[in-house]
Each structure stands twice: as structure tokens, then as C-alpha cells.
Design a protein around this ligand. Structure first.
Ligand code: ZN
Ligand code: ZN
Ligand code: FE
Length: 763
């Protein structure tokens, strides 16, 4: 038998055990498999001490003053046991949307302060009934110390605000009573429903079936739902949300429905049902019954399964009423690029023009956490947006004890704090381009610093002077300032995830990043460690007309590549179709006279250019759209490995990758009416060949054999999978992202790692 104690400490869990060597070995061996579901084991450090002769195994009180991130778990989807409770008519939690236990339920989104205890959560407002309290106090019970424990008698309730209700009464009986009142301004005009959860969600189901849009309060914020099979509903949501083409995610009841709509690999299946319950990008089956406007021109759709008993109950009701197979749009409750809405009154105000009805509840969301988005590439998880379910899980850095703040970049911003050798990346905050998102950034910084007891000694930021995150960093007084080049941060984030030391080959390919020479970088090959980098190679720069503002118009960079390659552009119908004659003349003049242009080595812009050259897309409504379409088109090509186009490498420093030979061959293919899929596939092969070729050179010149792939371009599964395979075949050790996104959402982690290392070296 083992005796001793367990204690939550600032460094994690501390366990002291006494027993025979074999029982201790067996105990340690069993830890990873038998630890509670929410425990994450990074590392087991063991040391022997003299036996103390303890009599029993006890749980020691945790040290609140020193407690750290170990005590702020992420929000976790409902567990099987709780689902079973809510589906059992004999159970007291039958149909109860807020059922949870020690293994599941809200955490990060409801925690006000540490230690994580009920009075420190938004559940403090609810007094547990006798039944719940008994469960909470019983060590044998699944709900022992489950802080958000609740039931229909004592816990949170749904509240329906349904302006159209008077014309559509429902016959559901009321089984719960409610004494809630609504305090929002619009409730004067609304019929406030005080009915059972089932009655309320039945009404929601009816509204969805009528093609209405419903805003409902999910785990980390409001979600907007409508019938994804009904084109008019989806198009109306796009119109009201001012979101023209960016794909919407859908929610379906279970993996069976997901598989009826999309191809699902075993790995994708595993992530769909994982307790983080992210949106998983899946390839749609041809001809399925989903509105085209769910993800226009895109063969992939983001799919997520219900993550709370509330979502599950709605889908059960939908199944009862519609038969199986409901598919709902489930998108963030926000206005275009603003943060997700979390407050009831705020929802009715901000989403007034979008939602036809509101399903609120009275459990406050303290911290907004959007849905996470992932993709599976070569069987591996690739995070695209890291939020609910993942944040605020720390990443072990092990680069000293320094406490730093990293402010991230601009697009898909996150911030990151470090403490005690851990980095804690925030949840996805959004594009730092409006006041609301900046406010969310500041609020998150304030709360995370408090929760994790971080007092930063230094602040790391991107070199781009126009980023609000950089401006914020430079306004902070009394902190050491550490400016970090954008692509260096990308590579460092990949290194930090894999805990790499020493120098690596860093392939940082993205849309835009501020270079140390003041131009726009984005197709970079860096020889890098945490302390610095050499720009070994880059894509040969071309001019970007109108600077960064041109990213919505891929045709501009297509013209630039054409002029760069041929000197002039023939006035044939093909090339004249890119824009109006007037616009073409203006941009061509800017490019030839080099007025209002900026050189860029961006790989993202090259993908844009090719999408425009082959006539796929001349202008886009969100960044990365053209590249996404190009990848999708390439997937339609039957040959998995067509010949790459030609390119040359210069012997200058930095080495320039010259694509003029490729553009010549590609234009010849276009003139010869070669298929879009064929050209797109050859282009992808060319990009992979370029990366392999430059990495080989760096290996022989610099004796480096480890490659880190980072930057938004590596969200492209075809590019990433091809690079992983080809580089590994060539003997490289290759690392890509699994914990934070390859896009700018990962920048803050890289900045944090660099800052910690700099502080360690400067003493
Ligand atoms: Zn549970
Ligand atoms: Zn209760
Ligand atoms: Fe970037």
C-alpha cells in the first residue's frame, strides 16, 4: 500500500509516496493513464527522500498565495456520464442544460479569481440545493468539488426573448418555475418566456425550422444559429452579419451526421469528439444537402459537435421534430470583426440587427472564449484558432523564470505571459483593428496577469510601428522593451512548442510581416535561434502597388509579377479582365514608375498572384481567401506529384528565389488553356521544391538539419504535408505547429520565448 500526500503547488502537482519500490514504480507508471481526465502531464520529475512513516494518503490544502496556472483549467465539453444524466427521464437532471461534473463543464470562462473555488466563479450567485451540496461534499461522488455543480432546482436557467412569440404559441408544458426577470431595454417590446429548458429550446427549434436566426448563449460567448440546409437563412445571416464569403462553421448532432456530410479520417474523428470540441475543418462529400453559402467556393466546411448539454438537448429536439441529420450554422455572436458577445443585455443590443430571437441564460460568462478551429494534416492536429477548450493551457518553455508579456501581432492576435518556465498564450482575441478588440486585449491582459500572478519585467512586441499591439507595448512604462522581428517570432514559436535549442532552419512563409529593412517580408528562410537570426534566403522581392492595402486585390500583385517577368503586359482579353481599364492603368503606372509601391518577398502574395493569373480570383473579401481557393483547386488535380515549374536561386546574400522562369512557363500553360487544377498543383509542387532546395543549401552551408515550418502559408495542408514528406525523405528533422497556430495567432508565444532567452542571457 502507498501512503503520503498530494498537493497543488505553483509548479504543478506535488506527490509524496511511501511504499515498496515495486508499488512506487507501478504508481508512477500508471499516472499518465489513470490521472483524472483534466490533468495534463508535461513531465514527471522524481527524487528519493528518506521514508517519513506516514500513516495514510492525504490531500493537502493547496497553497493559494503561490498557486498558479495549474489551477485555471480550460472549458471542457460535457462528459458521457453527464450526457447520460440529462438524457435519462428518471434523473433529476433530465434535460437540464447546465449539468456538469468534476470531469467536464465551464472553467476558464467563469473563473473570477484563484484559487478555483465556487465563490471565485460566476456560479457564486447560485446557492447549491441540498442534493447538489451532498454531491459536492461526497468524495465518492462524480461531483465532489465540482465548482459549477448545478441542477434544475438551484442552478442557472434559460431565458427566451422572442419578439415574434405571440403569433406562434407552443404547446409545451411548463415543468420548471422561474422567477427571473429581464433587465434589458428591449424586453419591453419582447415576450419573455419563463418556461422549461425543453420548452424554450423547442421554440428555438421551431424558429430555426422557420428559417430564423437565433442568438444563444454558449459556453464562452453567444453563438448565432440558423438552418445550414436552407440557403435563404444562411444568406440572410451573411447579409445581417456583413460577412460576404468567409466560411461559417456548422454544428451537427454526432459523428454519424458529420460523416454523412463530410469525409472524416480516424484522426479527424478523434478531434471531433475530443473534450476540447473544436471546429474541425473537413472536406465535404459532393452533392450533400448544405447551402452553398455555408462556405462559398470552398470544398471544406468547419464542423463541430455539441459541447454542452444545452447544445445536445437542442439537437435531440431537432431530431424528434425534423428526423435525424439537422445541420446548424454555429458562428460567433459578433458584428463582423468585433469580439464575441458574452453579456445578455449586450447581446440584445449589439446583435439586435442580426438575431430574430435570443436564448439567454443567467450564468454569467466572465471571460469570452470563442470556438477553436483545427485542421488535421498528415494525421496531426494543426490549430488554426486556439480558444475554447485549449486556452489557458500553458506551454512549457523551460527558458528561465523570467516574467514577460508578449503582445503578439495584429491579425488573429493573442497575447502571451510567462511565469516559472511556462508560457501562457491567451485565447484568440481577434484582429486588433478596432476599439472593441483592443479593449478585449487590455481586459485579457489585466485578468490573466491577475489570475496567473504575473508581473512582467519586459514587454515583447512586433517591429511593425502601425500595429496597435506594438503601440500598446511602447506605451507601457518601466518595462524593458524587446522588439521582435515578425518572422523570427514565427520560427521561435515553432521552436518553443517543440522545446528546441540551438540554431534551426526557419522557413517563415506568410502574407505580411515588417522586415528589419522596412520592407514587407513573408517568404523567409532564416538561420535562427532564440537570440537572433540571419536572413539566409527570401523570395525575390516584387513591388506591391498601394502597399498593404492591396491585399484584397490579388490582381495587383499578379500584374506586378507579369511586369517583373515580361516588362510589359499584352493588352489581350485575358489580362485585361483583371480589373477595369482605368484601375489597370493606375496600378501599372505605379508599378512601372515605382510610385507608391513597396517591395515584398511575401509568399502569401505569390499565392494570391497565381490565383489571379489563372483566373480563379482577382479580388477577395478576406485575407488568405485566394490562397485557400488555390489549394482547393489543386486538390482537384488527379496527379499527386506533377512536375514543378522552374525557378533559380541566386548566389547573393540573402539568396533570392527567382520565380521569373516559373511565371513564363505558367503563362505559357495559361495561354495553352491548361486546366486550373493542373497549374495550381504544379505551382504547389514548385513551392515545395523551392523549400527543399533552399533547405539543402542551408544544410550544406551551415550544417543545420532541423527545419521549423511556420507562418500562415503553412495552414495550407497541401503545402505543409508536401514539405513534411519531402524534407523528411531528404533526411531533415521537420517541425510544424501542434499547439499554437502557424498564423499570427502563434506570434506571441515566439515573442515570449525570445524575450525570456534574451533576459536569461543579459542577466
Ligand atoms: Zn460530467
Ligand atoms: Zn441543485
Ligand atoms: Fe505572420
Amino acid at each position: 500500500m502507498l501512503v503520503g500526500f498530494v498537493l497543488n503547488s505553483p509548479r504543478g502537482v506535488f506527490i509524496e509516496v511511501e511504499g515498496s519500490p515495486t508499488t512506487i514504480e507501478a504508481f508512477i507508471a500508471a499516472l499518465p493513464a489513470e490521472a483524472p481526465p483534466l490533468v495534463r502531464i508535461d513531465e514527471i520529475i522524481r527524487s528519493e527522500i528518506p521514508s517519513l512513516g506516514d500513516a495514510a494518503f492525504t490531500i493537502h490544502e493547496s497553497d493559494a498565495a503561490g498557486s498558479a496556472f495549474a489551477l485555471v483549467p480550460p472549458d471542457i465539453c460535457v462528459c458521457e456520464a453527464c450526457l447520460a444524466d440529462t438524457r435519462d427521464p428518471a434523473n433529476r437532471r433530465h434535460d437540464y442544460p447546465f449539468t456538469n461534473c468534476t470531469d467536464c463543464g465551464p472553467r476558464y470562462s467563469i473563473i473570477l479569481d484563484v484559487p478555483y473555488d465556487r465563490p471565485m466563479t460566476t456560479m457564486a450567485e447560485f446557492a447549491m440545493c441540498d442534493d447538489c451540496r451532498r454531491e459536492y461534499q461526497n468524495p465518492e461522488n462524480r461531483r465532489f468539488h465540482a465548482q459549477p455543480n448545478a441542477c434544475p432546482v438551484c442552478g442557472p436557467r434559460l431565458i427566451l426573448v422572442d419578439p415574434g412569440a405571440d403569433s406562434a404559441p407552443t404547446s409545451e408544458t411548463t415543468t420548471e418555475t422561474s422567477d427571473l426577470s429581464i433587465s434589458s431595454a428591449s424586453s419591453v417590446l419582447s415576450v419573455v418566456e419563463k418556461r422549461s429548458s425543453r420548452a424554450i429550446l423547442s421554440r428555438v427549434a421551431d424558429l430555426l425550422r422557420e428559417g430564423r436566426i437565433v442568438a444563444w448563449k454558449g459556453l464562452g460567448g453567444y453563438q448565432l444559429a440558423c438552418d445550414a440546409r436552407r440557403p435563404t437563412a444562411v444568406e440572410e445571416l451573411r447579409r445581417r452579419k456583413h460577412r460576404s464569403e468567409k466560411p461559417f462553421a456548422i454544428m451537427v448532432a454526432d459523428t454519424e451526421v458529420a460523416e454523412s456530410l463530410c469525409f472524416v479520417s480516424p484522426e479527424e474523428h478523434a478531434f471531433l469528439v475530443s473534450r476540447e470540441r473544436p471546429i474541425v475543418l473537413l472536406r465535404r462529400r459532393p452533392g450533400v444537402d448544405l447551402a452553398e453559402s455555408v462556405s462559398p467556393g470552398n470544398p471544406a466546411t468547419g464542423v463541430m459537435l455539441p459541447c454542452t448539454p444545452m447544445h445536445d438537448l437542442l439537437f435531440r429536439i431537432l431530431r424528434e421534430r425534423w428526423g435525424s441529420g439537422a445541420a446548424l450554422i454555429m458562428t460567433s455572436g459578433n458584428v463582423s470583426e468585433e469580439p464575441i458577445v458574452i453579456d445578455n443585455a449586450e447581446a440584445e443590443q449589439r446583435l439586435a440587427g442580426i438575431a430574430d430571437a435570443f436564448a439567454h441564460h443567467n450564468r454569467r460568462i466572465h471571460t469570452r472564449v470563442d470556438d477553436s478551429v483545427v485542421r488535421v494534416v498528415s494525421g496531426q492536429l494543426m490549430p488554426l484558432r486556439r480558444a475554447r477548450g485549449y486556452a489557458p493551457q500553458p506551454v512549457r518553455l523551460g527558458r528561465g523564470e523570467a516574467e514577460v508579456l508578449a503582445c503578439g501581432a495584429q491579425q488573429k492576435n493573442t497575447l502571451c505571459l510567462t511565469r516559472a518556465g511556462y508560457a501562457i498564450p491567451s485565447q484568440h482575441l481577434g484582429d486588433l483593428e478596432n476599439f472593441e478588440t483592443l479593449r478585449f486585449f487590455e481586459e485579457t491582459l489585466e485578468r490573466m496577469s491577475h489570475l496567473f500572478h504575473v508581473k512582467p519585467a519586459a514587454v515583447a512586441y512586433d517591429l511593425h510601428p502601425g500595429y496597435l499591439s506594438s503601440q500598446f507595448a511602447l506605451r507601457m512604462d518601466g518595462l524593458r522593451r524587446i522588439g521582435v522581428q515578425h518572422h523570427h517570432a514565427h520560427i521561435a514559436s515553432c521552436m518553443a512548442e517543440h522545446r528546441l535549442d540551438g540554431r534551426v532552419i526557419g522557413v517563415a512563409w506568410d502574407g505580411t510581416g515588417f522586415g528589419t529593412d522596412g520592407t514587407i517580408w513573408g517568404g523567409e528562410f532564416l538561420a535562427a535561434d532564440y537570440l537572433g537570426f540571419d536572413r539566409y534566403a527570401r523570395l525575390r522581392p516584387v513591388l506591391l502597388a498601394g502597399g498593404d492595402s492591396g491585399v484584397r486585390e490579388p490582381w495587383r500583385v499578379a500584374r506586378s509579377y507579369l511586369l517583373d517577368t515580361f516588362g510589359t503586359i499584352p493588352d489581350t482579353p485575358r489580362w485585361s479582365a483583371m480589373a477595369t481599364p482605368e484601375r489597370l492603368r493606375v496600378i501599372d503606372t505605379m508599378l512601372t514608375r515605382r510610385v507608391n509601391t513597396i517591395p515584398t518577398s511575401s509568399a502569401g502574395r505569390l499565392f494570391d498572384a497565381v490565383a489571379s493569373l489563372i483566373g480563379l480570383r482577382h479580388s477577395v473579401s478576406f485575407e488568405g481567401q485566394a490562397a485557400m481557393m488555390l489549394e482547393a483547386v489543386a486538390d482537384a488535380h488527379p496527379d499527386p506529384a506533377p512536375d514543378p515549374y522552374d525557378f533559380t536561386l541566386t548566389s547573393a546574400s540573402p539568396v533570392d528565389v527567382d520565380f521569373r522562369p516559373m511565371i513564363r512557363q505558367m503563362v505559357a500553360d495559361i495561354e495553352a488553356n491548361q486546366s486550373q487544377p493542373g497549374i495550381a498543383a504544379r505551382f504547389h509542387r514548385t513551392m515545395i521544391a523551392v523549400i527543399v532546395e533552399v533547405c539543402r543549401r542551408m544544410r550544406s552551408d551551415l550544417q543545420l538539419h532541423r527545419v521549423c515550418l511556420s507562418g500562415g502559408c503553412f495552414q495550407n495542408a497541401r503545402l505543409l504535408a508536401g514539405c513534411l514528406q519531402s524534407l523528411r525523405q531528404d533526411g531533415f528533422e521537420v517541425f510544424s505547429h501542434r499547439e499554437v497556430p502557424a498564423n499570427d495567432g502563434g506570434i506571441s508565444l515566439g515573442q515570449a520565448a525570445i524575450a525570456c532567452e534574451q533576459l536569461r542571457h543579459s542577466g
